[in-house]
Design a protein around this ligand. Structure first.
Ligand SMILES: Cc1cc2nc3c(=O)[nH]c(=O)nc-3n(C[C@H](O)[C@H](O)[C@H](O)COP(=O)(O)OP(=O)(O)OC[C@H]3O[C@@H](n4cnc5c(N)ncnc54)[C@H](O)[C@@H]3O)c2cc1C
Ligand code: SF4
Ligand code: SF4
Length: 1005
């Protein structure tokens, strides 16, 4: 089964004139941060979110600003090109290069000061925008205004580099307009604060002399020389292409900081930024209006702009259709007004956000606007929850349109043009004709219409010579079209390599000469991000794919149905959006390991990129045996958060299992793979003499030896086996209840049956009480989960095969299979079919597997008695959703069941618990495991009142809660439902009142 990937075809060259080894050694001596010149790290940083790929010389992760200064000095000594990086979400290739990459995001992310009175903040460049705004909002609702769709993970340095905008820029202006001063560092070592420069200050700088004076004099001379051409730049809200030279004009205060915003690391390194903060309008009203087509929607923009919206966004039917097909935000999609044409095909919507001091004031503006437009169909939303849902639809645009089920892959490349808003309708009509001429009709059209900015991902063929040639022709024609409409090739993403070479078409040679001279003032030897913006590499050069793209196509265990059966295609899923780099688990689960380490290789994107590089086989060449890939995957918790939360549904848990299967093939595995991977078999053996086994595993010396032997962290408690009491209890008892609702098969997963049988007993009690007959399958059955997560896929497949054969009679009779442990239930709903291939019984199992909540609420709509709380009130609960439950099963039915049994529930935004099956049990993973739990879950449990019910259906989550010294025991929802049905009150100590544990004794009695 194991296939070693082919030997490298080419090894990407480092620039011949840079002594990379010497440079790395010098850097290691001089800086405290990480110096990583290994091939794995170079591969990891070889691309951003663009179509380009350039393998860097090495990567530096500076710890301090002094580290940055020392890195720049050392690069200068070795003549090495230099590139700064934040979130790496750039779409035009400006964030990859054959250079030394400095990653600011891990350590240089401090907020140095917030001055609410003067409405300003000083920050380091690696700070994430949302984190800044979370802090500044405490100062009278102030925010840094521009808000790219990547706001949860893009950095201030990156926003400065690109002159980012986003939807709110219509209200706040661009990043440049909101930067007051920058502390910059030139390649030759000049470090200074720059900003607005009065004549007096200019004279003072010149009098002081030195390199600083030289820079200022040259900048002012350049400005004076080109003032006429600069003043003739197209007047546009979104003129992001080229350098921001108008900021140098006297009427703009000769603001050198604002002129350097948008230079994409080609001129200077930004060390600190002083930002202008704005008071956010406290109230918002959002209006959605339907139009027959996207150009008609754009035609309404000038009228709407007269009502000063905070944001005005356009979206077409394709974006909505693609999100629908991908089951993204179904509730939000229902909020859209009906399309105003017959078929809905070609329809479009405008989203208008109006901010004001009061909702009434905003609504008044909205109604006057609708009256003027004569638009009766506008749907007005004034509640923040619906507004947030609708914004998520718009912000999910690029992710939703990049890869659609059954549709072509689409790419950036002409994703960011902008024209004067009053020309947008005409531009769109012309642009659609151009798309059609090239056969690119599948492209969805959306964007910041109020500012005339259009986004689209286009189905370019970037893997054949003809396709790449067509890509170039299309982009050149589109550029001419934008010039014709008086627009800018970039409306917010920057030029990088995608648009750099086209700037002469937009500005003419003289202005481009001025850009080149501007760069040369700061970087005369072109060592700063060379080949981007000016003297740019060709737009069809250094492509990530390209006509030579020929990845290995190894044989695999999983089927990769949604990737045409190709592991290489699965490894290409990641579009680089970077949502997996969100620093907090506030919007889902993905990606817990990145949340605690802050390292690129511990993000889903980093891992996906390494797998992409592995099948490519150029820079990292070890194939399945590759150490760097194994290291990056090692801290993947296999939580499946990415499968759900990543817009491209990268399923890293599956890729990790696949990788481990090949990586360890024919070799001795880590000890924990034997001890924890074979837990189901061990549990069955232990069930023969559980007391003896528990005595041995918990004896001081013997227990420690068992843990050492099993590769388990000595500080972890070994589980106590409950024996086979549950099955015996089931066999020997008379079934309860009427059985009027028919029979269900309770899935006897290892964790519930052998470690928490009280939960299984509660489930039986609850199911019988509402009218089901409960059966158990006979014989040793198992879902294979522990073998899957340790990459023992051959065994997993055999175990699953045997299990499905054993279940076949039940499945063929249409009996529902009720799962209690979310990860095992998720195997039946997901992995089983992917591992076994097409199989009718596996298909039946996928369809018939239900969670307790799905069975009671979604399938049978059963009304339930409410649980009585302390003093008769509604019991309060906090609920930890297991990550596989979140990713594969969905939690809606559970939330409804919790409501029906009368719980007042707070769903924790806690992401993964950190234990994640075998992950947190091993010594190497303990710190990360606990750090993940300590983000939200464990502090929330510790802070909960004694009478609060702690709900956690996952065995891992309950174990983590118990072992982390919270003093609490979590309950399974089955226990709560059973108690409610039996009229047992929650009491002051719910875990004592509602649980039928300690399990072993409870079910044996
Ligand atoms: C799905 C998606 C949606 C997007 N939506 C928007 C949007 O709505 N609006 C928008 O404006 N952009 C958008 N972008 C583009 C991008 O996310 C933004 O421009 C973002 O602000 C870049 O931030 P970053 O931290 O990822 O920067 P990076 O990509 O890391 O860097 C951006 C540039 O800044 C430079 N840079 C970084 N740090 C420094 C420093 N310390 N000194 C000097 N230069 C530095 C880099 O070299 C690079 O040239 C989107 C991208 C994607 C993938
Ligand atoms: S893994 Fe998913 S979320 Fe992360 S960058 Fe790639 S596409 Fe985006
Ligand atoms: S499975 Fe979890 S830990 Fe692994 S990459 Fe996905 S989100 Fe991150």
């Amino acid at each position: 089964m194991t296939t070693l990937l082919p030997a490298p075809r080419v090894r990407t060259a480092r620039p011949a004139d840079v002594d990379a080894q010497g440079l790395a050694a010098a850097l290691r001596q001089r800086i405290h941060g990480g110096v990583r010149f290994d091939d794995g790290t170079r591969a990891l940083y070889a691309t951003d979110a663009s179509n380009y790929r350039q393998v860097p010389i090495g990567v530096v992760v500076p710890r301090t600003l002094d580290d940055v200064v020392a890195t720049v000095a050392t690069c200068r000594e070795f003549g090495a090109p230099l590139l700064s990086r934040g979130g790496g979400t750039s779409l035009a290739g400006e964030c990859c290069n054959v250079a030394v990459v400095m990653d600011f995001s891990k350590h240089l992310n401090a907020i140095e000061s917030i001055d609410g009175q003067h409405r300003r903040a000083v920050v380091q460049p690696g700070l994430v925008l949302d984190q800044l705004n979370a802090a500044t909002r405490h100062h009278g609702g102030l925010v840094f205004g521009p808000k790219p769709a990547t706001h949860s993970h893009c950095t201030i340095g990156g926003m400065i580099g690109n002159n980012s905008c986003g939807s709110t820029a219509q209200w706040s202006g661009t990043t440049a307009a909101n930067v007051e001063r920058l502390e910059i560092l030139t390649y030759d070592g000049e470090r200074m604060w720059v900003g607005e420069t009065s004549d007096e200050e200019y004279r003072r700088i010149l009098a002081a002399g030195g390199r600083r004076a030289e820079i200022y004099r040259a900048v002012r001379d350049l400005r004076d020389q080109y003032a006429g051409q600069i003043r003739a730049f197209p007047a546009l809200p979104r003129r992001i292409s080229g350098y921001n030279l108008p900021a140098l004009l006297p009427e703009h205060g000769m603001n050198l900081a604002q002129a350097l915003v948008g230079t994409e690391s080609t001129c200077v390194t930004v060390l600190r930024a002083q930002l202008r903060l704005l008071p956010e309008p406290p109230k918002h009203v959002l209006v959605l209006m339907a139009f027959p087509d996207i150009a008609a929607a754009a035609d309404a923009v000038p009228t709407i702009n007269r009502y000063a919206p905070t944001a005005l966004e356009g979206l077409d039917d394709k974006l909505i259709r693609y999100e629908g097909e991908e089951h993204m935000r179904p509730e939000a999609l229902k909020l859209l007004p009906e399309p105003t044409n017959h078929t809905g095909r070609g329809a479009a919507w405008l989203m208008v956000d109006v901010g004001a001091d009061t909702v009434e004031e905003a609504k008044d503006r909205v109604h006057r606007m609708l009256d003027e437009l004569g638009h009766d169909e506008g749907k007005v939303f004034d509640d923040p929850e619906h507004q947030a849902q609708l914004w998520a639809v718009r912000e999910g645009g690029l992710g939703a349109t990049a890869r659609t089920p059954g549709g072509p892959d689409t790419w950036p490349g002409w994703e960011d043009s902008a024209v004067p808003p009053e020309r947008l309708g005409d531009y769109l009509r012309d642009f659609q004709r151009l798309l059609h001429r090239h056969g690119y009709d599948a492209a969805s059209l959306y964007g910041h219409f109020g500012d005339g900015c259009l986004h689209t991902s286009i189905p370019f063929d970037l893997v054949t010579a003809g396709g790449v040639a067509d890509f170039r022709t299309f982009v050149e024609r589109a550029a001419d079209l934008v010039s014709h409409h008086g627009g800018s090739y970039s409306g917010e993403h920057g030029d990088g390599q995608a648009r750099g070479e086209l700037l002469t078409r937009m500005y003419g040679p003289d202005v481009v000469q001025a850009f080149e001279e501007f760069k040369a003032i700061f970087d005369p030897d072109s060592r700063m991000n060379p080949g981007k913006v000016v003297h740019a590499n060709p737009l069809d050069g250094q492509l990530r794919l390209g006509a030579g793209y020929a990845p290995a196509e190894p044989a695999t265990y999983f089927r990769y149905t949604e990737d045409s059966g190709s592991f290489a295609r699965a490894a290409l899923r990641c579009a680089g959006v970077g949502a997996c780099r969100r620093p907090e688990p506030d919007q889902g689960v993905m990606c817990p390991s990145y949340q605690v380490t802050g390292d690129e290789e511990h993000s889903t994107r980093g891992r996906a990129r390494l797998l992409f590089e592995m099948v490519r086989g150029e820079t990292i060449t070890g194939g399945w045996r590759e150490r760097s890939v194994a290291d990056a995957l090692d801290l993947c918790l296999a939580c499946k958060g990415c499968k759900r939360d990543c817009p491209m549904h990268v399923d890293m848990a599956t890729y990790k299992a696949e990788f481990l299967a090949h990586h360890h093939a024919g070799r001795i595995r880590p000890r924990s793979h034997y001890s924890l991977g074979w837990l189901p078999a061990a549990a069955r053996l232990a069930a023969l003499a559980p007391d003896l086994v528990n005595a041995v595993t918990h004896a001081p010396v013997l227990g420690a030896a068992v843990k050492r032997l099993g590769g388990i962290d000595p500080r972890r408690d070994l589980p106590r086996f409950a024996g086979a009491g549950f099955q015996r209890w089931m066999r020997n008892r008379t079934p309860g209840g009427t059985g009027e609702r028919g029979t269900v098969l309770l899935w006897p997963d290892t964790f519930t049956t052998y470690l928490s049988p009280g939960i299984a007993a509660s489930a039986v009690g609850a199911l019988e009480a509402v009218g089901f007959r409960v059966a158990l399958p006979r014989g040793p059955v198992c879902c294979g989960l522990t073998w899957i997560s340790t990459g023992q896929l051959g065994v997993a497949r055999r175990v699953l095969r045997r299990t499905i054969d054993a279940l076949a009679p039940w499945l063929r009779a249409g009996v529902p299979v009720v799962g209690l442990e979310p990860s095992c239930t998720a195997v039946f709903r997901g992995d089983a079919l992917e591992l076994l291939g097409h199989d009718q019984d596996a298909l039946r199992l996928r369809k018939q597997t239900r969670t307790l909540a799905e069975l009671l609420v979604a399938d049978h709509d059963i009304a339930l008695p409410e649980l009585r709380g302390d003093h008769g009130g509604r019991p309060h609960a906090i609920s930890q959703t297991h990550c596989h439950h979140h990713a594969v099963l969905g939690h809606d039915a559970d939330a409804e069941l919790q409501r029906r049994v009368g719980l007042d529930v707070e769903q924790l935004a806690s992401g993964c618990c950190g234990l994640a099956g075998d992950f947190g049990m091993t010594p190497d993973h303990r710190d990360v495991s606990l750090a993940v739990g300590e983000q939200v879950l464990l502090p929330a449990v510790r802070a909960a009142a004694p009478g609060t019910i702690i709900l956690a259906d996952g065995f891992s989550c309950r174990t983590q809660i118990e072992e982390a010294g919270t003093g609490r025991h979590a309950l399974h929802l089955a226990e709560v439902v059973n108690a409610a049905l039996r009229g047992v009150p929650a009491g002051e100590r719910p875990e004592r009142a509602l649980s039928v544990r300690p399990e072993a004794r409870a079910v044996r009695s």
